[in-house]
Write a protein that binds this ligand. Sequence first.
Ligand code: ADP
Ligand code: MG
Length: 344
Amino acid sequence: MALLCAGVLLTGCASAREIPAQPAASPTAAAAAQGTETPRRVSGFGLYFDTAVTVTLYEPEDGLLDDIWAACARYEQLLSKTVAGSDVDRINRAGGERVQVDPETWDILQRAGEISRVSGGAFSVSIAPLTALWDFTGGTERVPTEEERLEALPLVNDAAIVLGEDGTVTLPAGMSIDLGGIAKGYIADRIAAMCRTRCQGAVISLGGNTYVTGEKPDGSAYRVGVQDPQDSRGAAVAVLSLRDGSVVTSGIYERCFEKDGVWYHHILDPETGSSAMTDLASATVVTESSMTADAVATACIVLGSEGALRLLGELGLDGLLIGRDGTLWQTEGFGDKYGMVLTR
Ligand code: ADP
Ligand code: MG
């Protein structure tokens, strides 16, 4: 089985999201393609939420791959802040009014709220007024002025998001939310749940989120690579072996650019409104909930190594942190538990 590099499709800071083969019909829409490699193994890729999604299924039931793409399309329509009429869009445009949302959106917001609280606000879905000021798109990069940042900062406050028991969400007027730091984890969990009952084994990859589940035909564990933040070709710095679970990496090398000698990246510090400038280059979290791992990995980057290790300890999560200077930190027992092999 080839090495699966978490985030392997993302070539360093080039911010290009490469699709390995068979370009999807439309580069932006929920397009998907599929190809059968052997009768027992089916692979496919799609482009959703501005992210390359790849899936490998062992002994899948008929129609599973199509159902996975349909789920991705549905989640994009529900959770993307740029899709008009999505739950997130309706929440953001409600001007302080209560909005009835899909139970799944509500569940994600509830978990996001818990992680926001435990991380002291390092993870904040109400980051959207700040993310709106930045542009990490190749060629049109933009650093907001200090005045713009200072004006947006008071709007970032997850504690002000009210989740009603009746399945509603109320956001104070002026605030807005962005689920970019957690939604892919949730979707990976949902796809993994579909795969558990409908195929023998599966490898699911959505950007920095990898989920492996079930059995490989030869019975061996899956091997998942953790991208080396310093290697623009996406080589692995460590290889983990696991049978079931999610490996999620957040890194400062994704969606980033240099301006006037400063490197900016897409994980923002809710206290400064600028890219998190901590000692960490990447944070990898391994657990069965890709949603939790996604949000916590993002929070780790904002907190820096000391705070990240404290947060991982408090939540009882396994993590591997890589410093900007190449230092590696791991939670207790991590290397043994995942048979970690360092490649440098
Ligand atoms: P990726 O989307 O590349 O997998 P992350 O999971 O770390 O990376 O999420 C980064 C995205 O989350 C950003 O693009 C933005 O939409 C959002 N975001 C940025 N900073 C924060 C933050 N401090 N808390 C929550 N979400 C954030
Ligand atoms: Mg995340």
